[in-house]
Design a protein around this ligand. Structure first.
Ligand SMILES: Nc1ncnc2c1ncn2[C@@H]1O[C@H](COP(=O)(O)OP(=O)(O)OP(=O)(O)O)[C@@H](O)[C@H]1O
Ligand code: SF4
Ligand SMILES: [Mg+2]
Length: 341
């Protein structure tokens, strides 16, 4: 393992539309809910942010959308198309949301305005960010609804959210997110509430309709990652523990936490009897994270050295990085094995 800067951060930064470096979200001393997030994304690329509940995924997303709760202090850097997002005031964010960055939430039922027709909600985004006339906005809203797979779009545009199914509402959310042609779409578990068939349709749609934007796709489901992502960033207890291309991370995971996450994905070819394997233990809550490797209480490979925090470092020669003293799938031998005659 070489102690270098994250390889993928360096090599991709030049053509990245989103460049996040050492982003931190803190609720006070020792309460860093996001503890050094580094990632890049190019246009047309989907980067999945993965981890169990409480790992800091949503707070990362809210930081990039300027929607953090009060009391959260942000440091580090997040540059989107040359624009520094960290440190912006709410007033400045209002001009950016929709046109630079837009967010798709898990629950379209609460994210949409129940009192407005869905067409009007799409037109509203266009009115704020575009120069189109009213008739043109109306026509484009219908086109956009049709392009996200809403049948009979002209009629549906006049519906209120409660008149649509969950899958249709989520398509409307995607249409709203795309209405201002943003550079970055942040999608926080956008298909978790949908049944499996609709989920697959919405994932395909999201992928096809975001060719001009970078997408940060948040999920706890490695099965979904395989469907949608180009690259993967795995978070644990606020920290990035592994990142790399989807092929590399899914086929040759280096961090024991990634290995454990992948082991809990159902195999579609083998109908499972009983519960899925889950990772024993839980993510340490904020305030109980201490020093050392954050995964060591749950890690089957933990050793004495893990009391010291492992740095994020290049593993192998594929551009993946991982924060582990004893990563899997590397030519490197464990120091413990080296000591054995
Ligand atoms: N407003 C807040 N005040 C204090 N702590 C918070 C606040 N919001 C979130 N946290 C804490 O920050 C950590 C990360 O939360 P976050 O919502 O980002 O997790 P997540 O990875 O999105 O989890 P999930 O998969 O459940 O959505 C958690 O420990 C959470 O308890
Ligand atoms: S550093 Fe140690 S405890 Fe942490 S993931 Fe690697 S082997 Fe496990
Ligand atoms: Mg969340």
């Amino acid at each position: 393992m070489t102690m270098t800067q994250p390889a993928d951060a360096r090599s991709d930064a030049a053509d990245a539309v989103l460049d996040v470096r050492d982003l931190r979200v803190s609720f006070g001393p020792g309460l860093d809910a996001v503890d050094g997030l580094t990632l890049t994304a190019r246009r047309g690329e989907t980067v999945a942010l993965v981890g169990e509940s409480g790992c800091g995924k949503t707070l990362s997303a809210l930081t990039l959308s300027g929607l953090l709760p009060s009391g959260a202090a942000v440091s580090g850097s997040a540059v989107l198309d040359g624009l520094q997002l960290v440190g912006r005031r709410e007033k400045q964010w209002r001009g950016l949301r929709g046109s630079k960055v837009s967010m798709i939430f898990q629950d379209a039922a609460t994210a949409l305005n129940p009192l407005m027709t869905v067409g009007a909600q799409i037109e509203e985004v266009m009115a704020i960010h575009g120069t189109h006339g009213r008739a043109e906005r109306r026509e484009r809203a219908v086109q956009l609804l049709a392009s996200v797979g809403v049948p009979d779009a002209a009629h549906r545009a006049r519906n209120h959210p409660h008149q649509l199914s969950g899958g249709m509402r989520q398509r409307v959310m995607i249409a709203i997110a795309l209405a201002g042609s943003p550079d970055l779409v942040v999608a926080d578990e956008p298909t978790t509430a949908l049944d499996v068939t609709v989920q697959a349709q919405v994932l395909t749609l999201l992928r096809d309709s975001t060719r001009d934007a970078a997408v940060l796709f948040i999920t706890h489901d490695m099965g979904v990652v395989a469907e949608i992502a180009d690259r993967v960033v795995v978070m644990y207890a606020g920290k990035v523990v592994e990142s790399g291309t989807v092929t590399e991370v899914l086929e040759r995971p280096h961090h024991p936490y990634t290995v454990a996450l992948l082991a809990s994905v159902p195999d579609p070819d083998t109908p499972r009897v009983g519960e899925l394997p889950t990772i024993p233990g839980r993510v340490p809550p904020l305030g109980e994270r201490g020093t050392g490797c954050p995964f060591r209480d749950r890690c089957p490979k933990a050793q004495e050295r893990c009391a010291e925090a492992p740095p994020l470092a290049a593993v192998g020669d594929t551009g993946s990085v991982a924060a582990c003293w004893f990563p899997e799938h590397t030519a490197q031998t464990d120091p413990a094995e080296e000591a054995t005659p």
